[in-house]
Design a protein around this ligand. Structure first.
Ligand code: PLP
Length: 350
């Protein structure tokens, strides 16, 4: 028998949102609007080149991102989705047994990536539906190497504000990396939710991750990045799987970055739909935390799996976290209407 690492045996596999043919899928927080207009053409034009390896340092994309954020290209590192970037960050700082702190529940990739990197996951319970930054700061020990701050938090949809985030960063020792995961930045109200890069970007131990998988509509191509201090970014580049960001992904991401106005227009549509969904759900008597992302969270506790089953039978796939709640991605208006009708009919069950 092959000997498997004991830490992996106890590790749950990532549970992706289900894809059921013929249904409406509101389970993976994807953009419902498809490819951005300029992206499809760029992909078609680049497809013939895939017999060659991509540019390993993704020069064009890194330069475009540096310009987009007004930072030195030395501060950017890319990966195959910001999930891979989170893994790269862990591999850059975690020695066997080192601790990695994050709120729980939060992004389900954090415990998996932490364990794969050889670290020990330290889950800090949320306060209500929101990250408890005071408790997270208190959970930092001399074994801690990295803290994930998912803002807004997946799956609970809430965000922490600028004052709380700055106070948290002040409390964390400067040899511990703070990773502010901003996968849903484009859907957040800038008056309520800080841009981590603007707020904390001058601190050498703060990294901000972003992705092209959500508002930029490129989940299937796998490309994300972080903005870090140059010394950190250099290590994050070393821990990338060589060539993990394909040439098509690099090209598409550059094209998508150039469509900021359309990205913002689509995000605004999603924010408006999110408001309608929340209003409709609350009118039905559901508790729905105020969302800063492209999904809503229904803390249905023990009824979560039943609710998701009811939706699935009605042709809408949502993402249950049994015993905790259900995450529902904001889709197109008619998709959201179909979901709201199911949320209403669920309440008429026996
Ligand atoms: C979706 C998501 C990501 C990014 O996923 P990739 O597709 O790997 O870029 C990162 N963090 C959180 C919290 C997410 O929900």
């Amino acid at each position: 028998m092959v000997r498997i690492r004991s830490s992996l045996a106890a590790l749950p596999a990532y549970v992706p949102g289900r894809k059921v043919p013929g249904t409406t899928v509101l389970a993976s927080n994807e953009s419902p609007y498809g490819l951005l207009p300029g992206v499809a053409a760029r992909l078609a034009a680049s497809a013939g080149g895939v017999s060659r390896y991509p540019d390993m340092s993704a020069t064009g994309l890194v330069n475009a991102l540096a310009e987009h954020h007004g930072v030195d290209p030395a501060r950017i590192a890319v990966g195959a989705g910001s999930s891979e970037v989170c893994g790269q960050l862990l591999h850059a700082v975690v020695d066997p047994g080192d601790e990695v702190v994050f709120g729980w529940r939060s992004f389900e990739a954090y415990p998996i990536l932490t364990t794969v990197a050889g670290g020990t996951a330290v889950r800090v319970p949320l306060q209500g539906r929101t990250l408890d930054l005071d408790a997270m700061a208190a959970a930092v020990t001399d074994r801690t190497r990295l803290v994930f701050v998912c803002n807004p938090n997946n799956p609970t949809s809430t965000a922490v504000g600028a004052e709380d985030l700055r106070r948290f960063a002040d409390r964390v020792p400067d040899d511990v990396l703070i990773v502010v995961d901003e996968a849903y930045r484009e859907y957040a109200d800038p008056a309520l939710v800080p841009d981590g890069l603007r707020l904390l970007g001058d601190r050498p131990n703060v990294v901000v991750t972003r992705t092209f998988s959500k508002a930029y509509g490129l989940a299937g191509l796998r490309v994300g990045y972080c903005v870090a201090a140059p010394a950190v970014a250099a290590q994050v580049r070393k821990t990338q799987v060589p060539f993990s960001v394909t040439a098509l992904a690099q090209e598409a991401a550059v094209a998508a970055l150039g469509e900021g106005r359309e990205v913002a227009r689509r995000a605004a549509l999603t924010v408006a739909e999110r408001g309608r969904m929340r209003t409709g759900l609350r009118a039905l008597g559901y508790e729905v935390p105020a969302s800063q992302a492209n999904f809503v969270w229904l803390p249905l506790a023990g009824a979560s799996a039943d609710f998701a089953g009811h939706c699935l039978r009605g042709g809408v796939v949502v993402r249950p976290f049994p015993g905790e709640g259900v995450r529902v991605t904001v889709g197109l208006q008619r998709e959201n209407e179909a979901f709201l009708a199911l949320a209403a009919s669920w309440q008429d069950r026996d």
